[in-house]
Unconditional design. Structure first.
Length: 238
């Protein structure tokens, strides 16, 4: 289940923080949506890394987790370049399906290890670390083009990743007179979009962060980063 966008608006506009409340009264629906989306980005950026070591957080972020997404790729002499999907946000796992000339009928799933670009040349020459059909693994690094995956003594047939996708931007045009508004990108918004993650802690953190961002932009905030960290990690997720 999603959290209704109207609920986020109501909670934000009724914050007990008097400074935030005064400023929020003057904001349009489009402006409130902007702050809520900025807050969602802030909260998720803080929690994505923690999901790797905290199962409870990972469960809460599950609506944004995509499994076994096949990526299109282009061939080069010694590697392929796999293009990330448009909704890609953070990579969780990656692997390829490959074949070898010695046994073309056989396919293997090879683990893909991400390495630093500075180390790549040395790794590709090392018998212990270079791409290997026998050891069932290969290496990759990233660029603006996508994921560069090296072939070694095999051919790459398919590329797959597990990843967190970007959340859909929340919007509440139904709360605006006429049922539409123009957002900060110049797009006409006419359909409501709820917050996709059904987590009481996360949606409340989003509201608290949005209120803090409003006060930051319209007034002076003492120790902004300290207040932000307190909101984000004031529970058992510390």
């Amino acid at each position: 289940m999603a959290i209704k966008i109207q609920k986020l608006h109501y909670a934000l506009r009724n914050k007990t923080n008097h400074s935030a409340s005064e400023y929020l009264k003057k904001l349009t629906v489009a402006q409130v949506d902007y702050y809520l989306n900025e807050a969602i980005d802030t909260v998720l950026e803080a929690y994505y890394p923690k999901a790797e070591v905290n199962q409870e957080i990972r469960e809460q972020l599950r609506p944004l987790e995509i499994k076994n997404r096949e990526l299109p790729f282009t061939e080069n002499s010694d590697h392929v370049i796999a293009k990330y999907p448009s909704d890609y946000y953070r990579r969780l796992r990656q692997y390829v399906i490959a074949t070898n000339k010695c046994c073309e009928a056989q396919e293997r799933n090879l683990i893909v290890r991400i390495v630093q670009s500075d180390d790549l040349s040395e790794i590709l020459k090392s018998p212990n670390w270079q791409p290997s059909w026998d050891f069932e693994e290969t290496v990759a690094d990233e660029s603006h083009e996508g994921l560069h995956i090296y072939k070694g003594d095999f051919d790459i047939k398919k590329v797959f990743i597990d990843y967190y996708r970007k959340p859909l931007r929340v919007a509440a045009p139904s709360l605006e007179k006429g049922g539409t508004y123009i957002d900060e990108s110049g797009d006409t918004i006419s359909q409501n979009q709820d917050f996709e993650i059904d987590s009481t802690f996360l949606w409340r953190a989003v509201v608290d962060v949005a209120a803090l961002l409003v006060v930051r932009d319209y007034s002076r905030v003492e120790n902004f980063q300290t207040q932000l960290q307190t909101i984000l990690f004031k529970t058992r997720y510390e």
